[in-house]
Design a protein around this ligand. Structure first.
Ligand code: BTN
Length: 263
């Protein structure tokens, strides 16, 4: 794929989609961050289903202000949604997105594909994708959410961050996948689960997430900016927060943080 082809191909690809979740694709050869661009568009009133896609990102952003390495052969996009739900339900979106990626990968291979709370998709225990949710609410209503998704699709391992136990789908499967075919499959899954979410059937999304969970039942350490907590992951609640049982037998709700397994 040369640079001009990517944007043209993305445009042609967008015409083949008939999804509420993918109404318009803004494609770039490179961009600082698809989330930043999506935010700009959302503030100008971009409709639900507007997607920003880029072949590479020069300042890809991860959770907790981290950097997200975004070399060529990865899939980087952000979707603008305008859900009609209470702001507290927005925390389900990262789980919904991870579930969509997990189902897509499962549909193309027989490997061990699971989700680490809240939204890391793992193949054989190693991370292949990350999700960054940004929500803008007005009073008690969501104005828009931006779901930023980065997938290590066909990336060589030496291009990835060592510290995140990262891998790529192509490395785990042993073959390179067609970029737009894979993207289409992910969009279909996202559209499917977003429809279920929009009908208020949050429990279906959460129970499907649980069926694919790598975390429930494991001993975990949760690190947030100001504390660390140890316990056994026993469930997620109605907003996708993790419930852990601490050593003292108390149940604690974890709203955010990095999750590590204790073996
Ligand atoms: C994580 O830390 O695991 C989340 C990484 C999210 C990366 C994606 S790539 C597309 C979108 N644009 C960004 O700048 N970040 C997200």
């Amino acid at each position: 794929m040369n640079e001009i082809d990517f944007v043209e191909e993305a445009l042609d690809f967008s015409k083949t989609l008939e999804l509420d979740l993918a109404k318009k694709i803004h494609a770039f050869d490179d961009i600082s961050s698809t989330n930043m661009k999506a935010k700009e568009l959302a503030k100008k009133g971009a409709e639900q289903g507007t997607i920003v896609l880029s072949k590479i990102q020069t300042k890809g952003r991860g959770r907790f202000d981290r950097n997200w390495k975004s070399p060529e052969d990865g899939l980087y996009f952000s979707i603008i949604l305008r859900p009609n739900c209470k702001p507290e339900k927005a925390t389900i979106f990262p789980l919904l997105a991870a579930l969509s990626i997990c189902e897509t990968v499962k549909s193309i291979c027989d490997l061990d594909v699971k989700i680490k709370w809240p939204n890391d998709v793992l193949i054989n225990g190693r991370k292949v994708s990350g999700i960054l949710l940004e929500t803008e609410s007005k009073k008690d209503l969501i104005d828009h959410v931006i779901i930023g998704i980065g997938i290590n699709l066909n990336i060589d391992l030496d291009m990835l961050s060592k510290e995140f136990n990262a891998t790529s789908i192509s490395y785990e499967i042993g073959i390179k996948l067609n970029y737009f075919d894979f993207f289409k499959k992910v969009l279909f899954q996202l559209d499917k689960f977003y429809k279920i979410f929009s009908e208020g059937k949050y429990d279906i999304v959460l129970s499907e997430w649980k069926q694919n969970s790598d975390t429930i039942g494991k001993n975990v350490k949760i690190k947030s900016s100001n504390e660390e907590m140890l316990g056994k992951a026993i469930n997620i609640d109605e907003n996708g927060f993790l419930i852990i049982k601490t050593e003292s037998g108390e149940n604690k709700k974890i709203t955010s943080g990095d999750c590590f397994y204790i073996i």
